[in-house]
Design a protein around this ligand. Structure first.
Ligand code: ANZ
Ligand code: ZN
Length: 846
C-alpha cells in the first residue's frame, strides 16, 4: 500500500503551485473582501534559521486561514537588505556588500520555496535596490520640507569599536547593541527625524491597540515614550539677565528646594562657570573632563556616590525669595527637561544623597505621616477591649535616616500650600506660578528625536547637497534616486566619517539652486527608515512614479495581522507608527496606526538557552527541513505550545509530527465513497466530531491557539481511523467528509500533505483555495443520555436529555411526563430525588 513519502510529495507539488500561482493578491475583478497579513521581513544575514521557521509558519497559518474564509489575502515577502552586517562581512572578506547580501537573499529564497509559505512572490522587494531606496529619499524630503528632518550638532552615542554613531535605542545598558563595546559620546552634526513632535499621539494612540497588541509591547512603548507631567519653573539667577527653567514633576515641593543642580555637560553649566572665579572655572573644567568619560549608564546609577562642583552662583526661589546655591553634577542629564533641576532633598532620593554628600540644607515640606484622605482612622480594640495604639510613626527626618520622603501626605512649611494634599498642592502651585509669570504646567518626554544619520556605506544616501553659497539644498525629485557609488575602491572601514565622502566623483556635484560647485551629504540613513514604511511599498512595488498608491493603501492597509519578534517591540514599531502618522498628516493615507493586530512569537531555544554558533547548540533550519520535510517542521512549530511562548527544540519531536501527518494522509487513500456522496447518510458520531472542529477552529485560529487546532485535528484523525477500522467502515459518507475537512484544515499547517490528500480525495489543486465548510448546527448539540423517571421507585417513563442538563430542568421534564402524572394520580408529592442526568424519583404521600 501507499507510503507517505514527504520528499516525493514536496517535489510533486512545488512545480504545480509555481504554475498556478494561487497566492497572487488583488487580481483585477477580484471582489472578495481583503486582508493584509505580514511577517516582519527578514534581514538576509545568512540562510533562514529556526526563528524564521517559527514566525513565518505562524504568519502563514493566519494568511491561509483568511483565504479559506473567503478573503483576498495579501501576504507579501521582501528583504530588509541594507545594514551593518553586510558591510562588516564585506570588510572582513574584501568583497562588495552587494554580493554578500544578494547571495544570502538567493539562499533564503530557496529555503522559503521549500518551506512554502503562501507568499505573493510577484511583490518581492529588496530595500537595497535603488527602485526601493529612491522612495526612502522621497520620504526623507517629505519630512525635510515640513521641518521634520533636520540637522543638529550634538553629543551623540559613539561606538569606539564600530566607529559609528548609535541611536539611543542601540545602546543597551551603556553598551553597543551590536558589538558590546562601551559606548562613549562624540560631537557630530547629524540628521534627525522629529519624532518628539508626535510624542503625545504616539502615546495616546496606543489605547486603540489595547487588546490587539501584546500587553508587554504596549507597556514597552509607553515606557519608551515616557511622558511625565508637572511644571516648568523659572528661576532668576544673580548676575544673569535671563531666567532659567527647570522641569519638575513635583512643583508642590518648591518651598523645599534648597539648591539647584545643572548638568555639567550643558551650555548653561559652561556659561555659569565662566561667570565665576578662576578657581571655580578650573574645578569645573576638571570635573567636566571626568564626566565626559562617564557612561550614561553610570550617570543614571543611583548607587554611585554623588559628585559635583559648586559654581558659586545663586538662583532665587520664585515663591519664597530664598537664595539657592547652584551646583553642577552628573546625575542631572543635559538632554532631559531643561538640563537643570531644583533640588528638593527631603523628598527626592538623588537630591538627598547629594545634599548629604555636600552638607546642603534639607527641609521637609510634606508631612508623610499625616493622613491623605479626610477619613478619621478607626480605633482598633484588642481582645480585652483596650484600644490598640497606632505604631509610632516613622521620623520625618531624611537628614538622619538618609531616606527621602517620597510618599503622599500634607504640605507643611509651604506658606499658602500648608495643609493641602499633593494633588491639590500641585494645582495650587501651578496657579501661583502662572499668576506671577514664573512657571506653567508642562510635560516632558523620555522620547528623543530619531537620529537617522549613519557614517556607513551600505544604506540609503541622504538626498541633500551642501552648497557653500546656498547651504542645505534638497536633491530635486527628478534626480532621485541618489544611487550609492560603487563600493570598489572605497575603504569601508569605519572611521567616524562616511566612506561615501571619499568617493570624490560621486560627492562633487553642481548645486541644484545656483549651479556652483557643491558636495553631496555623505551620510546614509538608519535602516529603520527603510522598514518604517515597507508595508505600503508592497502594494505596488514596481511603480516607479511614486512610493505607493494611496488608492491601493485605501484598499489594503493598514496591515490586519503583523507577526514578528519582540526584539522589535520598541524601535521598528515606534518608527513605523511615527511615519504612518506623518503620512496621514500629509494626506497620503487615511489611517494612523500601521498594524491593527500584532503577534509576537516566542523564541526557539535549545536546552533552555538561545541557539548560537558559539554555544554549539545551533539547530540548522536546512537540516531540519531535510530530515522530516517542511510539513513536519511546520506542524512541530505550531504544536509546540502557544505561539507567544518560547519553544525548546530539545523538547519537541518532529518524528511525532511526521507520524501524525502519515496517519492523516493514509485516510485520504482509503476513502471509497465518491465526492458526490450524501453527507447526511454518514455516521452521526464521526460527523459530530468533524462539525465540532469546523465550528471551533475559526475562533481558535483567531485567538492564535494553533496548537489546540492541531490537537483537535489529531482527535479527528483518530476518530476517523476508528470509524474505518471498527465502525461503519471506509465507505461511510462521514469518513469522506472528515477526510476532506482534515485536508482543508491541515492546509493551514502542512500544505504539501493537505494538497496531496485533496488530490487523493478526487479534487483539483489547490486545497488552499477551498472554502471553509460551515458547521451544521444540528450536529453541534451534544450526544444525549437516557434519563429514567420513577414514581415511588417504579420506572414510569424515560427521556433522552443532554448530559449537562440542569437538575431543575430534569425535574420539570419528569413532572411533565404524561406517564408520570398518570402514575402520581393526584397524590401529594412528599419528596423528589434528582440525580441529573440519569434519574428522577418522585415520592408520594399515601
Ligand atoms: C523636584 C522634585 C522633587 C523632583 C521631588 C522629583 C521629586 P521623570 O519622572 O523621570 O520625568 N529631573 C528633571 N530634569 C532632570 C534632568 N535633566 N536630569 C535628571 N533629573 C531631572 O523625573 C522628573 C524629575 O526628575 C523632576 O522632578 C526632577 O526632579 C528630575 F520630590 O523636581 B523633580
Ligand atoms: Zn548653491
Amino acid at each position: 500500500d501507499a507510503v507517505y513519502d514527504f520528499a516525493a510529495i514536496q517535489a510533486k507539488w512545488l512545480p504545480v503551485w509555481d504554475e498556478l500561482q494561487p497566492f497572487r493578491a488583488g487580481l483585477p475583478g477580484d471582489t472578495r473582501p481583503r486582508k493584509y497579513v505580514l511577517d516582519m521581513f527578514p534581514y538576509p544575514s545568512g540562510d533562514l534559521h529556526m526563528g524564521h521557521a517559527e514566525a513565518f509558519g505562524f504568519g502563514d497559518i493566519v494568511a491561509r486561514y483568511w483565504r479559506q474564509q473567503g478573503f483576498d489575502v495579501l501576504h507579501p515577502i521582501g528583504w530588509d537588505s541594507f545594514g551593518l552586517p553586510a558591510e562588516n562581512a564585506a570588510i572582513k572578506r574584501g568583497t562588495d556588500p552587494r554580493e554578500w547580501t544578494y547571495a544570502n537573499i538567493a539562499q533564503q529564497k530557496a529555503s522559503f520555496r521549500q518551506y512554502a509559505p503562501s507568499f505573493d512572490w510577484s511583490r518581492e522587494l529588496h530595500t537595497s535596490d535603488p527602485e526601493y531606496y529612491k522612495w526612502n529619499q522621497w520620504l526623507f524630503l517629505e519630512l525635510y520640507k515640513r521641518g521634520l528632518a533636520y540637522r543638529k550638532a550634538g553629543q551623540v552615542n559613539w561606538c569606539p569599536n564600530d566607529q559609528t554613531v548609535l541611536a539611543n535605542e542601540q545602546v543597551v545598558d551603556g553598551h553597543c547593541e551590536r558589538c558590546g563595546a562601551l559606548v562613549t559620546k562624540k560631537a557630530l552634526t547629524q540628521w534627525f527625524f522629529k519624532v518628539t513632535d508626535y510624542a503625545d499621539r504616539l502615546l495616546d494612540d496606543l489605547n486603540q491597540l489595547e487588546g490587539h497588541w501584546p500587553q508587554r509591547v504596549l507597556s514597552m512603548q509607553r515606557n519608551w515614550i515616557g511622558r511625565s507631567s508637572g511644571a516648568d519653573v523659572e528661576f532668576e539667577i544673580e548676575g544673569r539677565e535671563e531666567r532659567i527653567s527647570v522641569f519638575t514633576t513635583r512643583p508642590d515641593t518648591l518651598f523645599g528646594a534648597t539648591f539647584m543642580v545643572v548638568a555639567p555637560d550643558s551650555d548653561l553649566a559652561a556659561e555659569l562657570a565662566s561667570g565665576a572665579g578662576p578657581d571655580v572655572r578650573m574645578r569645573f573644567q576638571d570635573y567636566l573632563d571626568t564626566v565626559r568619560g562617564t557612561t550614561e549608564m553610570d550617570r543614571l546609577n543611583q548607587e554611585r556616590p554623588k559628585t559635583g562642583v559648586f559654581l558659586e552662583r545663586y538662583a532665587v526661589n520664585p515663591v519664597s525669595g530664598e537664595r539657592l546655591p547652584i551646583w553642577a553634577s552628573d546625575y542631572v542629564l543635559a538632554d532631559y527637561g531643561h538640563g537643570a533641576i531644583m533640588a528638593v532633598p527631603a523628598h527626592d532620593q538623588r537630591d538627598l544623597d547629594f545634599a548629604r554628600a555636600f552638607d546642603l540644607p534639607i527641609r521637609v515640606v510634606v508631612d508623610t505621616n499625616a493622613p491623605v484622605t479626610g477619613v478619621i482612622p478607626v480605633i482598633q480594640l484588642d481582645e480585652q477591649g483596650v484600644p490598640i495604639l497606632p505604631e509610632e510613626p516613622p521620623a520625618l527626618d531624611p537628614a538622619s535616616t538618609g531616606v527621602a520622603l517620597a510618599g503622599e501626605g500634607r504640605m507643611v512649611n509651604s506658606g499658602p500650600l500648608d495643609g493641602l494634599s499633593k494633588v491639590n498642592a500641585i494645582k495650587r502651585m501651578i496657579e501661583l506660578l502662572e499668576s506671577r509669570g514664573t512657571g506653567r504646567a508642562a510635560k516632558n518626554f523620555r522620547l528623543r528625536d530619531w537620529l537617522i544619520s549613519r557614517q556607513r556605506y551600505w544604506g540609503t544616501p541622504i538626498p541633500i547637497i551642501h552648497c557653500p553659497a546656498c547651504g542645505e539644498v534638497p536633491v530635486p525629485q527628478e534626480q532621485l534616486p541618489v544611487r550609492l557609488p560603487d563600493a570598489e575602491g572605497l575603504d569601508l572601514r569605519p572611521k567616524g566619517k562616511s566612506p561615501l565622502a571619499a568617493a570624490e566623483e560621486w560627492s562633487t556635484v553642481s548645486c541644484p539652486q545656483c549651479g556652483g560647485e557643491a558636495r553631496r551629504d555623505s551620510d546614509t540613513m538608519d535602516t529603520f527608515v527603510d522598514s518604517s514604511w515597507y508595508p505600503l511599498r508592497f502594494l505596488n512595488p514596481n511603480d516607479d512614479t511614486r512610493a505607493f498608491d494611496p488608492a491601493e493603501a485605501e484598499k489594503w492597509a493598514p496591515v490586519d495581522q503583523y507577526v514578528g519578534g519582540v526584539e522589535h517591540a520598541i524601535l521598528h514599531l515606534l518608527y513605523s507608527r511615527f511615519i504612518t502618522k506623518v503620512l496621514f498628516d500629509l494626506g497620503y493615507i487615511s489611517f494612523t496606526e500601521p498594524f491593527t493586530s500584532l503577534l509576537n512569537q516566542g523564541q526557539v531555544l535549545m536546552d533552555g538557552s538561545a541557539m548560537s554558533k558559539s554555544k554549539g547548540n545551533l539547530v540548522e533550519f536546512a537540516d531540519q527541513l531535510r530530515e522530516h520535510g517542511a510539513d513536519a517542521l511546520r506542524v512541530t512549530m505550531a504544536f509546540a505550545g502557544p505561539p507567544e511562548d518560547d519553544v525548546d527544540w530539545a523538547d519537541v519531536s518532529q518524528a511525532g509530527a511526521a507520524k501524525f501527518l502519515a496517519r492523516a494522509w493514509r485516510i485520504s487513500g482509503e476513502v471509497t465513497s465518491s465526492p458526490d456522496v450524501e453527507w447526511k447518510t454518514g455516521d452521526p458520531a464521526l460527523r459530530r466530531v468533524t462539525h465540532r472542529l469546523l465550528a471551533d477552529a475559526p475562533g481558535l485560529v483567531e485567538a492564535y491557539k494553533f496548537n489546540v487546532v492541531i490537537a483537535r485535528l489529531m482527535e479527528l484523525v483518530n476518530a476517523t481511523r476508528k470509524t474505518i477500522d471498527q465502525g461503519p467502515g471506509a465507505a461511510d459518507a462521514a469518513v469522506r467528509e472528515s477526510a476532506e475537512v482534515i485536508a482543508m484544515i491541515l492546509n493551514l499547517f502542512a500544505p504539501y500533505t493537505a494538497e496531496d490528500m485533496w488530490q487523493r480525495l478526487g479534487y483539483e489543486p489547490t486545497v488552499a483555495l477551498a472554502q471553509w465548510r460551515k458547521a451544521d448546527p444540528a450536529l453541534l448539540v451534544e450526544e444525549s443520555v437516557t434519563a429514567v423517571f420513577q414514581v415511588d421507585g417504579k420506572v414510569r417513563d424515560r427521556a433522552d436529555v443532554a448530559p449537562k442538563i440542569a437538575p431543575e430542568e430534569l425535574e420539570a421534564l419528569a413532572k411533565g411526563s404524561a406517564a408520570v402524572v398518570r402514575s402520581i394520580d393526584g397524590r401529594e408529592i412528599a419528596n423528589v430525588v434528582v440525580r441529573a442526568p440519569k434519574l428522577v424519583n418522585i415520592v408520594t404521600r399515601r
